[in-house]
Design a protein. Structure first.
Length: 584
């Protein structure tokens, strides 16, 4: 094998991965939202979950894609961790379909039927049909069909190129000696896991192993541990997808990992233990594409049969690994048993939104305090609180989605929609609190001191924003529409303060009374304060819509509200006078 064979191998691998990606994407696209709908509507029946996972993975040719999809559903709250376990098991079996397709390349025989089954015979035909459908058909579904055929043709071409590139290795003793290293179960598992983790596809890594088997140097003793390692390596994709997800989504990814690790350890122990006693004759025999497909399927099927009865134990193990924080206690009011009584569940959600809003507003108030008096402990608390608010949003949002799937009255449905809007607004307020904290840290680090005039202006606008957040929180907790009506005129005054303070800073710059660096920090602070006021305005409008049961959009409501008369004008004048600034 020379450098040109190496280039051919790399090119074949590139074509193989491209073909798999094209085919999988096109298959998923052609299926439309049906796959996701099926998964979302999954019942808790383990067998049904297993079959769905198997079927979906067989269709889209990627257990990683199915598992990532499942992690997303668990994170969104539309699927429980218990349901996800059996889909993941099914996905592990479904991914073996690719290996069987690739094993067609190893068919021997001269009869017309066997020759027809060889990829070298039907791949060109599929490629021709695929390119015609893709280039000359306008219907999206036919184009997708064409891309599926093209993807499969590219995949098989890549497989053929890899096999051809490594075929010369059969006469290289050093290569055979190198492969013998992987007959050591530990080395074999590590090699398979590492390769799969790098290329993010167990199907692709199995395909590479099948290509290497064409050299005649791959024995079952080498293939078995590598295949088991490949199943462990494919878990990396789901683990990466769960990094920023909810606790349960992380647990779903851990279930996938534990399933493959435990299955590999148990089956390797049983296999090598039995081999030590019975001395299986096939272990040191060379394998081919078909043999690798059989081992791959046998491992995943046996692993599923072994661990399916212990799905609940896998769930407990994942929960022990990814433990709930103490703050999880705050979410206990969102009990799924309440879904049977939607009206009560909606009321519990309203209470949870109130708790989230209080936490968000308090965090924002702490951040404002930090602008003048920085305290490291308070900084840590602000970040912890912001993280808690994020979890509030995830948990309440997921619970509201579940409620929405129930048979709701129009009033409850309307309430769910508004609550979903509210949690987004308060989550953003907590984000701005962290932004203000970062500005406070910059002020402390760079030892920045604003002018007396700038300090006075900041004090005025921060007091105004603290008042608007207080009014917003009070009106939300009490459901008082009249109190909520005070938010909009104050928000308008804050907008004007924001513009005037920025103008005053420019005037001070012209007089050399301030610096550009001060201006950047001041601008960041003002922007965050003004945007918090905007979120309060959105909440105020939403509260009034909920109070009056008017399903209007915020913009539409504000237009009707601003035309309402004297009350708005009187409140605006009150706040305008209270928070007046002198022109610099």
């Amino acid at each position: 094998m020379d450098i040109f064979d190496g280039l051919r191998l790399v090119g074949g691998l590139a074509l193989f991965l491209l073909g798999m990606n094209l085919m999988g994407d096109a298959l998923e696209k052609k299926a439309g939202g049906k796959l996701k709908t099926i998964l979302e509507n999954l019942t808790s029946n383990p067998l049904k979950g297993f079959l769905l996972g198997l079927g979906v993975t067989a269709i889209i040719q990627s257990s990683s894609a199915t598992t990532v999809m499942v992690v997303g559903f668990v994170s969104a709250g539309v699927m429980t961790l218990h349901q996800a376990i059996y889909i993941i098991m099914g996905a592990n079996v479904g991914t073996t379909v690719t290996a069987w397709l690739l094993s067609l390349a190893g068919i021997d025989g001269t009869s017309f039927f066997l020759t027809l089954l060889k990829p070298s015979s039907f791949t060109p035909v599929l490629a021709l049909i695929g390119i015609v459908l893709y280039l000359f058909c306008k219907a999206p579904k036919r184009k997708d069909t064409g891309m599926i055929l093209l993807g499969f043709a590219v995949l098989m071409t890549g497989m053929s190129e890899m096999s051809g590139a490594v075929s010369g290795l059969q006469d290289v003793p050093e290569f055979a000696n190198f492969l013998l290293l992987f007959s050591n179960p530990l080395f074999g598992v590590l090699a398979g896991a590492l390769l799969t983790a790098i290329i993010q596809s167990s199907s692709a890594s199995v395909g590479i192993l099948q290509a290497l088997s064409s050299t005649g140097a791959v024995t079952y003793a080498i293939a078995i541990p590598i295949i088991m390692g490949q199943n462990i390596g494919t878990c990396v994709t789901a683990l990466l997808a769960s990094v920023d997800a909810t606790k349960n989504a992380k647990r779903a990814a851990m279930v996938h990992l534990y399933f493959n690790i435990i299955g590999s350890i148990v089956l390797l122990t049983l296999f090598y233990g039995a081999n030590a006693v019975f001395h299986f004759s096939f272990v040191n025999q060379t394998t081919d594409e078909m043999g690798i497909a059989i081992v791959h399927t046998a491992f995943n099927v046996l692993c599923t049969l072994l661990l399916m009865p212990f799905g609940s134990l896998l769930e407990k193990l994942a929960c022990l690994t990814v433990k709930a924080d103490r703050t999880e206690e705050e979410f206990r009011i969102l009990d799924e048993n309440l879904l049977a009584v939607p009206a009560v569940a909606v009321e519990r959600c309203r209470a949870a939104v109130g708790a989230m809003a209080k936490r968000s507003v308090e965090t924002f108030g702490d951040a404002i305090h930090m602008l003048a008096h920085y305290e490291p402990k308070t900084a840590e608390e602000i970040r912890r609180s912001e993280d808690l608010v994020d979890r509030y949003e995830d948990r309440i949002g997921a619970f509201l989605v579940k409620i929405s799937a129930q048979n709701l009255s129009d009033e409850d449905s309307f309430e769910c929609t508004k609550l979903l809007r509210l949690i987004g607004e308060f989550e953003r307020i907590s984000d701005h609190a962290v932004n203000l904290l970062e500005s406070a840290e910059e002020i402390k680090e760079k030892q920045i001191s604003f002018s007396a005039q700038a300090k006075h202006e900041l004090a005025v606008i921060t007091h105004a924003v603290q008042e608007i957040t207080g009014i917003t929180l009070d009106s939300l907790c009490s459901g008082n529409a009249e109190e909520a009506a005070r938010v909009e005129p104050l928000e308008q005054v804050i907008d004007e303060l924001h513009d005037q303070i920025k103008l005053n800073h420019v005037l001070r710059l012209q007089k050399n009374e301030c610096t550009i660096e001060h201006g950047f920090i001041l601008s960041d602070i003002l922007t965050n304060l003004e945007r918090v006021a905007d979120h309060c305005s959105n909440v105020g409008v939403c509260i009034q819509e909920m109070s009056r049961h008017l399903p209007l959009g915020a913009h539409q409501y504000l237009e009707s509200f601003s035309e309402e008369q004297p009350q708005y004008k009187a409140q605006y004048e009150e706040y305008h006078k209270k928070y007046a600034l002198e022109t610099a």
